[in-house]
Design a protein around this ligand. Sequence first.
Ligand code: ZN
Ligand code: ZN
Length: 485
Amino acid sequence: LSCTFPVFFSQLFLEKYGYFSEPGPGTHSPAEFTEALRDFQRVTHLPPSGVLDAPTLRQMALPRCGTDDGESRAAGPRRASPARRRRRTAQHGGRWYKRHLRYRVVNWPSYLPQHEVRLAVRAAFELWSNVSSLLFWEAQDGPADIRLTFFHGDHNDGLNNAFDGPGGALAHAFFPRRGEAHFDSAERWSLHSGKGRNLFIVVAHEVGHTLGLEHSPVKSALMSPYYKKLSKDFVLSWDDILAVQNLYGKPSKGSAIQLPGKVFTHFQDWNTDLYGRDRQQRSLSTYYCHSFFDAITTDGDHNLYIFKGSHYWVVSESGNASDPRPLQPRWPGLPAGIDACAWSQLSGKFYFFKGGRCWRYAGSKLEAGFPRKCSALGLPRHPDTALYFQQLRRLVLFKGPKYFVVGEEPLGAEPYYPRSLRDWAGLPPGTAGALTHRDGSVYFFRDDQYWKFDQAKLQVVASGKWAAQLAWMGCWDANSEQVLF
Ligand SMILES: [Zn+2]
Ligand SMILES: [Zn+2]
């Protein structure tokens, strides 16, 4: 072989993506090169000529996943040689031996809002959990089964895996149970369907690898190696669904939920589409038990209100959960995906917080002057948790390592706040919501965990998993059907 630039480039490419059985550029015979090219052409639906022509070179230059093409080539008429298969089994295949996996977004591009990145990543994981028996929780810190990290260039997992700047390899991931997906920081990532690489689509694809899925030879599959724009059609193809169900089985409740791509162009609204669909799905009244929620509070009749997306659930004092109800008729004008909610025992009013704004309702009536720009009143933007705290007869807003005490009339932060979260001994930062229970304790929630805070001792006195351990959360019926917690 004459080592012209295109030949050298294509050899490196075919080697990187697993089309040669032996490593080392320049060590391949012309016959091996032709065979590898033909394999690549089959996988990419080009005429399998074995000739390095312009369409083949163009195909090699398209943006794609950096994980190699492994067994997807075996779908062609020529089976992999035994030597090649042996090499593959060492790297490919594998699965997790549990259904309940934690993931963590380690970092993300600074130009993307954290909240939206987390929603996009959550939606990408839910794409897979909707059609399989898997369940995912986000870990905001600490250990996780699957870690998502952005890197520049060489990042210590082999020169073959060094990122290549804009275009080319966008991301890569490792098969179970390494639990790593890496994304090229040099790409222009986006959360919308227009310019840039859609992060949701690429995360969803890489998560597929971390679960054990290989590249698919089916052109329309999410697991096909080439980058796709977010389309209005279905995101997962039958091939993706069969592949994940082959490893982990079907969803334990109802049938698979298949969501069209247009749902994912507006993450804030995606629950609306989910529930608006007239189809069999998981038991809706306990959906919140297996997922995250945005906020939680309790009213004077000891009803729990659990908020997620554009819906809320009411759990009565006896522990019976309602079906999900849309926010709109109950609280007109309230947007989906609120940050925090609290019901005030003092005024009997509901407070909602999202971004820098707040809403206050007496019954279903939005009070005059609301929504207000509460960040201008000294309140934090995007509070983690809101709570009515009986001891102070004030609202408390939690945000990261700090908390704010907030008076209702006039609405605003009290002087000398924020203060350190250390005042709430044993409480972790980043809780999703809190409520004062009729037993007199304050319960804080984050992911699948709860912390019980004693108001007299001013410290956390117990913690655990809320769905399994707190009967009044209304999840015991849901749990009895499967052993997950
Ligand atoms: Zn891939
Ligand atoms: Zn890497």
